[in-house]
Every structure is written in C-alpha cells, then in structure tokens.
Ligand binder design. Structure first.
Ligand code: HAM
Length: 415
C-alpha cells in the first residue's frame, strides 16, 4: 500500500519546519489583526467554477470533482478565495460597510503533474482583506506578505507586481491579444494555440521560449489603462517605496485565476526551480457580486507552504528542533521502574518538563545510549540504592557534571 501519487506524509522528523511556519503565521496575522477562518475542504463545484473561471487550468483540468451519494457535484477545494467569499456572504461577515480580515492555512487539491514544489495535495497559507477598495488595503496585504517572508528568513525572493485594470479594459486587452497572437499563430506553442480564444492572457506567462519572444512585443496593458486604474497602481507602488519593499513591475504577470482586477502580484524564489512561485494574489473587486452578494472590493494572497519550506531548507533558515529535556533511567527491577515512572510523571505534571522514559524494559546501557541519541540535556538515574534512599543521580550530559539529589528536591533543582 502506498500513498496516492502527488500526496505526501509529513513525518515527525520534518514537522518542526511546519510548526515554525505555522507559529510565524499566527504571529504575523495577529500583528495585523487577521483572524482565522476555517472553511470545509469541500464545496459545491459551482463555487470554484464561477469564481476561478471555466477557462482556467484549475477548473478545466485540475479539480478533484465527484458526484456525492446524493448526486451533488462536490469539489475538493483547489484554492481558498472562492470559498472565503462564499462563506463571507453566507455569514454576513462584511455586512453594514464592515471590512473583514481573515487568514487560513490548510490542505488544497489540484490534479497536476507532480514535481519539485508541485503536489496534488498541497498546503496554502493565505490572507484576505474583504471590503476595502483603496491602495491602503493593497499595501496592508503586500506588507503582511513581505513581513511574513522576512520572518521566515527567505531572502532569495522577488516581488513581481502588475495591474489588470477593470474587467472592461481587461476584455479589450484580451481582444487585442487575440488579434496580435492570431497573426503569429504558427509560431505559438501548441498549449498557447489552444488557449488563444479562451484565455489569451495566459500566453503572456507561458514559459515556452517562442511564446516568450512573441509576448515581449505583444500589446501592453499599461498602454490601455484608464486614469483611475493608473492612479490606483501608482499609489500602491509609491506606498511600496515608502515601506522600502523592493518590487519589479512585470507587465507579463497575469495570474491563472479569472477573478482578478487591478493589482496582481507574485513572490518568486530562485531556491525553488521550475515551480518558482512562493505565492501570489491580487484584487478581486467583483467576486462578491458574481456570487450574488453586494459590491465588496477585496484583495488577498496565498503562499504554498511546501514551497516556503523548500526555500527555507535551501537557506537553512529552519531553526533546530528542541530535544526532550530529560530521560529518567531505571534498572531492571520492579521497584526501580516504579520509582522511574512516578518521578517522570511528577516532573512532567509538577515542573512542566519534557521527560522520556524507557517503555521496553531495556538495560541501563541501552537507555543511556537512547538518551544520547535523542540529544537529552539531563538523565536522572534511579537504581536500587537510590530507591532505598529516596534519591537519584542527576547527570548533565553536556557538562558531564553529576549530583545526588533527593527525589523531592528535583522540582526545586530544575526550577
Ligand atoms: P495560486 O497562485 O493558484 O493562487 O496559488 C498560490 C500558491 O499556492 C502558489 O504560488 C504556490 O506556491 C501554491 N500552489 C499552487 N498549486 C500548487 C501545487 N500543485 N503544489 C504546491 N503548491 C501549489 C491562489 O490560490 C489564490 N487563491 C491566491 C489569492 C488569495 N488571491 C487572492 N487571494
């Protein structure tokens, strides 16, 4: 029996990195006043079809969708934004002009070809700021994402940013792209040819060298911007400057989901290889209306947690896991074992110490060896003599110092 292709067991030996990332998530989101929203991992398929768009790769070929026993079409969430908006409308999170600041972290599912940094079950951490349209909201989200990456020590990274303006301008831009690329149809890759009518914007971020060369001369969104979109984008850039957050304006950045307008961005890392996006996001000012809600301009991002860990591992920025503090060692006699179990229990419950004891009735030597392997700070030995005298030998494994202490003194000794 094997795990499903594209899924991974996160083993005890690697969990410390995950906990480090999760601790930073809690810390940074609390600094910015974001609270966690835990959505179900499955939704009606329509939630994603409508939000992400029928012509996107995600909806077109990557969703885990199935009819449930009642005949409803259900999808394992491929992303969170659609579900967050569904849930915000359902629970009135942004009623009466309120804004909502939420974050999430958990598993997501996309049927993609597995490779380094790309899995079929992966994890995202994301934030969504619902109900604010100004550039101050954009900068809050961008600064939060930036501070989070800083706190993880991920240095080898770049922020790419672009504007997709309004849906009307985006539509015009699509038409211009269709006519430009149509006149170079035979030079386009097969993939891009098939996208030409349905999703021509995606040709701009194709990695195929021929497509790239054509995209360099393609019409630019920048040349079509209306005054308001231009003003919004310039204000966001000037706020990034004010916070000294480095960025590159990338006119070819379009993102793979249909709900975006105005600001879009991506954080990439050279530590990752082909799948170089640590995370991305942008504005989605019209998604609430699309779901039948009231106009609620919003912006957010999501990071891939596996990719954060890959980048952290590459830079060795994951702090060492701490080892258990103590190992209480006994001899092979019932009295000694009983004393060991009581002593360990008291140290855990009364002194809050992390304590390991042998549960296989092994020799003193085997226990010492295990304590050493676990990187334990102190061993406490309770042999037959110590049982008689109600004391123990405390050995500091790093200094080699050894003391005899009464069992009742241990609490005070370890403070
Ligand atoms: P996305 O760009 O589709 O955006 O995904 C965000 C991040 O999730 C990617 O940059 C990547 O790090 C990670 N990711 C995506 N697919 C995989 C995969 N198969 N394996 C490993 N990691 C993966 C969104 O999902 C939007 N909902 C972001 C957003 C939030 N926009 C506004 N708010």
């Amino acid at each position: 029996m094997q795990s499903i292709r594209g899924t991974k067991d996160i083993l005890p030996g690697e969990i410390h990195g995950w906990h480090t990332v999760e601790d930073r998530i809690r810390h940074i989101t609390s600094l910015y006043g974001y609270r966690e929203l835990r959505n179900p991992i499955m939704e009606y398929t329509d939630v994603f079809k409508r939000a992400v768009g029928e012509d996107t790769d995600i909806v077109g070929k990557e969703m885990y969708s199935f009819p449930d026993r009642g005949g409803d079409s259900i999808t394992l969430r491929p992303e969170a934004t659609a579900a967050v908006v569904r849930s915000a409308i359902q629970h009135n999170l942004t009623a009466q002009q309120q804004i909502a600041r939420v974050y999430y972290a958990g598993p997501f599912f996309r049927y993609e070809r597995p490779q380094k940094g790309r899995q079929r079950q992966f994890h995202q951490f994301g934030c969504e700021l619902l109900g604010a349209s100004g550039p101050e909201a954009d900068i809050e989200i961008l600064a939060l994402a930036h501070d989070f990456l800083e706190s993880l020590g991920i240095k080898s990274r770049e922020l790419h940013i672009n504007t997709l303006a309004t849906p009307e301008i985006r539509q015009q831009f699509k038409q211009e792209l269709i006519s430009y690329f149509s006149s170079h149809l035979s030079e386009l890759s097969e993939d891009s040819q098939s996208r030409l009518q349905s999703n021509p914007l995606r040709i701009l971020d194709s990695k195929n060298p021929g497509d790239k060369a054509l995209s360099a001369n393609a019409p630019k969104m920048q040349d079509m911007l209306d005054a308001e979109s231009k003003d919004h984008f310039e204000k966001v850039l000037s706020l990034l400057n004010a916070l000294s957050i480095p960025y590159t304006v990338n006119p070819l950045l379009v993102r793979g989901l249909d709900y975006y307008s105005h600001t879009v961005f991506e954080f990439t890392s050279t530590a990752l290889g082909a799948q170089d996006a640590l995370g991305g996001g942008g504005r989605y000012d019209h998604l609430f209306e699309h779901f039948g809600g009231k106009h609620t301009p919003s912006i957010g991002f999501a990071f891939g947690m596996e990719r954060l860990l890959l980048a952290m591992n590459a830079q060795e920025s994951i702090p060492e896991a701490s080892n258990p503090e103590m190992y209480v060692i006994g001899f092979e006699s019932d009295e000694s074992r009983k004393a060991v179990i009581s002593c360990a229990h008291a140290l855990r419950i009364r002194s809050g110490k992390q304590v390991i004891v042998d549960v296989q009735n092994r020799s003193l030597k085997a226990q010492m060896k295990e304590a050493d392997k676990l990187g334990i700070g102190h061993v406490i030995i309770i042999g037959p003599d110590e049982v008689l005298n109600n004391n123990c030998i405390v050995k500091d494994l790093s200094s080699g110092m050894q003391y005899t202490k009464s069992i009742d003194e241990l609490d005070a000794f370890f403070g």
